[in-house]
Write a protein that binds this ligand. Structure first.
Ligand SMILES: [Fe+2]
Ligand SMILES: [Fe+2]
Length: 522
């Protein structure tokens, strides 16, 4: 397995779960331990198979693989990465063919778990001391020394240590996966994405224990309980069609029964052919993770599932808390924006429309999700500085005098002053927007006369959206303009007041912006 970047403490031996040698009957017939015989004498193959035929270990028999040369063995080893024991001749096509194969297995393939037993007929060719020191082999036997009974016990011992090494390796992989996947879960921003992430990570975890290639993709789904009903959020494998979109996804009785059991006992359930993990958030919402299996999980696998689920529960709480915080922030910001709006007697709904239109424009401009959210949340505060403008100017019907207009302009600086103290990303974005939403693309705006891309992207977005919505609305100093006239005005200001690319983006989706106006009417 690849070396992962994360360092994890290797678990103490007593924390690992070695399977009992007489496990409960498995649901399907377990595949045999793979034993590779590499020898250029056909007779050796025949005798070895005869001697080892009836060997079983931990409920599994043997599956024989045969190679008559080093070259043939390489092909087989490339194809099978789960060979438990290799009985290896030294002298084959060359005097060193067997030893070269050891090099290939350990260094070339990076396989350190297959147990290698060297069998040689000509001890002089490969002196035991030198070979054991130089090559990574596990046993060295002279062919004459290997009686039937000896071969039987040597192979049994080798399989046992292969199995134990594998358990250690799988637990290392599993723990690595849990550590690296948990970080990913903490970054998920909503419930649907979170559910998807948990499913993907749990699938990988279940595949860790496949002996070799990841052949089977497990089937399962994540669900939440709403008003007593189980609603699937996302599915994988057989359940991949399930999800919020496919309400018709009906769960069969067996599945529902295990889910109900988990809900009744408020804890995870491991059944013969499936398992459920139960998560209750701090606010009391109940969530379930179901997986169908084609065999029951070993104690070690159950433990991995539980450790992972423990992390999921923490990540879930974290995500719900974050969402709640964001909602609270959004409400506060909107309320603040609306206070300013009502004081300056602007039309009701202006800040909500600006917020939604900014979101849409940012989306159409191809900004990433985090930026789209930021501009949507921060834009309602663009005029917060108006709380420092005297009523005589703010509420004056008709045109402002030059002097009054100079005072009015200071709302950008005041807003910036009010908001810039916070280190929260939303507040920082709001500070930039308050500062720059009256700058013009051609450099003729205020307060700083910034131009082109020197004006922050958010400033340019809010500038266009603010004017667009204000022109369509009634103000103390003007009647609403018809849409035609607004469009002409914005097109005339393309490259003057507004970023030309943004004007094109707004115009190409004008209908959807008009729909937002209808959703939040004056
Ligand atoms: Fe403004
Ligand atoms: Fe505005």
């Amino acid at each position: 397995m690849d070396d992962m970047k994360l360092e994890i403490p290797s678990p103490a031996a007593d924390e690992l779960f070695f399977a009992e040698e007489h496990e409960s009957t498995p649901l399907r017939l377990l595949p045999g331990w793979k034993l590779l015989i590499v020898d250029d004498e056909e007779e050796v193959h025949v005798i070895t198979k005869m001697v080892l035929e009836g060997l079983t270990f931990s409920g599994r028999g043997l599956t024989f693989l045969s190679a008559h040369s080093g070259a043939q063995a390489r092909d087989i080893l490339r194809e099978h990465c789960d060979i438990a024991v290799i009985l290896l001749d030294v002298v084959m096509e060359t005097g060193q063919a067997g030893l070269e194969l050891v090099e290939f297995i350990r260094s070339g393939l990076g396989n350190r778990t297959s147990r290698i037993i060297l069998r040689t007929g000509q001890p002089g060719q490969a002196p035991e001391r030198e070979v054991i020191t130089r090559y990574d082999i596990n046993d060295y036997k002279h062919k004459t020394e290997l009686t039937a009974q000896k071969l039987f016990s040597t192979v049994t011992t080798a399989i046992r240590s292969y199995r134990d090494l594998n358990v250690i390796e799988k637990s290392r992989q599993g723990l690595n996966l849990i550590i690296s996947s948990t970080k990913g879960l903490f970054e998920r921003r909503n419930m649907a994405l979170f559910a998807r992430g948990v499913l993907d990570q749990m699938s990988s975890l279940l595949r860790v224990n496949e002996d070799c290639l990841f052949l089977h993709s497990p089937s399962g789904f994540a669900a939440t309980v709403s008003q007593g009903d189980i609603a699937v959020l996302a599915g994988t494998g057989e359940f991949s069609h399930c999800g919020p979109i496919d309400a018709a996804c009906v769960l069969d009785d067996n599945v529902t029964r295990v889910l109900q059991r988990a809900l009744r006992h408020k804890c995870g359930v491991f059944a013969e052919d499936s398992f459920v993990q139960y998560f209750r958030s701090r606010r009391g919402s109940e969530n379930l993770l179901y997986f169908r299996l084609d065999r029951s999980l070993s104690p070690f696998e159950r433990r991995l599932v539980e450790v992972f689920s423990g992390n999921v529960a923490i990540a879930l709480d974290n995500m719900l808390l974050n969402t709640e915080l964001l909602h609270a922030q959004k409400e506060i910001i909107l309320t603040l924006g609306e206070c300013v709006e009502s004081r300056s007697k602007e039309t009701a709904g202006h800040v909500r429309r600006v917020s939604e239109c900014c979101r849409l424009l940012a989306l159409r401009l191809g900004l990433d999700d985090a930026e789209v959210d930021l501009v949507r949340l921060a834009s309602p505060m663009h005029d917060v500085g108006k709380i420092g403008i005297p009523d005589s100017i703010l509420l004056k019907p008709g045109k402002l005098t030059g002097e009054e207009f100079e005072v009015m302009k200071t709302h950008t600086l005041l807003g910036h002053q009010i908001l810039k103290g916070s280190s929260r990303p939303i507040m920082q974005a709001a500070a930039v927007i308050a500062h720059e939403h009256h700058e013009r693309w051609n450099g003729g705006g205020y307060p700083r006369g910034l131009a082109g891309e020197g004006i922050h992207l958010f400033g340019r977005i809010v500038c266009l959206v603010d004017v667009f919505d204000s022109l369509l609305s009634r103000r103390v100093y003007k009647e609403p303009w018809p849409l035609e006239q607004v469009r002409d005005f914005i097109l005339a200001e393309r490259g003057e007041m507004f970023d030309p690319h943004m004007v094109d983006t707004l115009m190409s989706g004008l209908d959807s912006f008009v729909v937002i106006r209808q959703e939040f009417p004056d």
